[in-house]
Write a protein that binds this ligand. Sequence first.
Ligand code: PLP
Length: 387
Amino acid sequence: NLHFAESLSRLGTESAFVVLARAQALAAQGRDIINLGIGQPDFKTPEHIVEAGIKALRDGHHGYTPANGIPALREAVAADLNRRHGVEVNPDNVVVVPGGKPTMFFAVLMFGEPGAEVMYPNPGFPIYESVIRYSGATPVPIALREENGFAFSAEEVLGQITDATRLIIINSPANPTGGVTPRAEIDKLVEGLAAHPQVALMSDEIYSNMLYDGREHVSLLQYPDIRDRLIMLDGWSKTYAMTGWRLGYAVWPDACVDHVTRLCINDHSCVNAATQYAGIAALNGPQDAVRQMVAQFDARRAAIVRELNALPGVRCADAAGAFYAFPNIEGTGMRAKEAQDRFLDEAGVATVAGTSFGAWGEGYLRFSYANSTENILEALSRIRKLL
Ligand code: PLP
């Protein structure tokens, strides 16, 4: 008899978690399941980061911190962005939140409402479309195409701007495609946005450390013309194998900092203190573990792309970043969801249907290669037999 708010019916979800639950349930029944479904590093958080978290607890850091994050952490973020992207960031513009997701939620709530339009990548991280709908705004997809290496087209994005456009979300390197948008396209987008000063931009750069074949990450922070309306999201989950710690941040423009801090105070008060100390150790400590993880992802990427392309009816673009391969499976005669279900039920391999990332994902399947090369090869050999 409960009378739920209408808005709740518009809230979507992230199917990777549903697939994970099913894979775990099958494993609990004794099935041998290889999980290429979930997007999280299969590594442990580096030891010195874990130690810093434990030390913070022992040192008595048990209380609230400032809502936007402890100053030493926000300074460490600014220094890290300077080292990696060559940009100057004022630590006062950095707002630390529990993971990457809260920044998207707050950015969309800040600009989205009935009558407003928000653009988002499709196929893309499913939470974008979910929270846009939840806010009451109209989601306007930015189509990402295989023939463009799943990069967005600046011309298409700019061509979709209307008087109602409030916010544009971009993501490179991208989930679920592994696509990386080249600098020339980003240049064009920023140039074109000069004619639309009322439009905010959220750049989700959570995979900024995971690019391959000598590619360099292009951060939107490198474009001074857009800094007064740019929200740049990044975090610790992927880079430092810290998904369960819940730690992320964004660099917000001056005009947004008070608003987002108020959203934090209303929502979660602050990120737990020990996690923030671990975050400082991650940024200020040695980066060897990050380099080693990325080198392993790169080796697995080569293996999975090669093996996928060897399957009948399957072709896979050379994934440029993140840790996902997004093969086209139309030639197998299966729809995305059917392939997802059959690969799990009949071959014991968890993957995620492209349609879980938006309608433009039909005909594709997401394989996360955050798993050992041995498991990846075994998974692909099972799928080959099934096909
Ligand atoms: N942004 C993208 C593109 C992602 O793929 C993910 C996680 O899968 C996130 C953000 C969220 O990361 P977090 O686990 O830190 O909330």
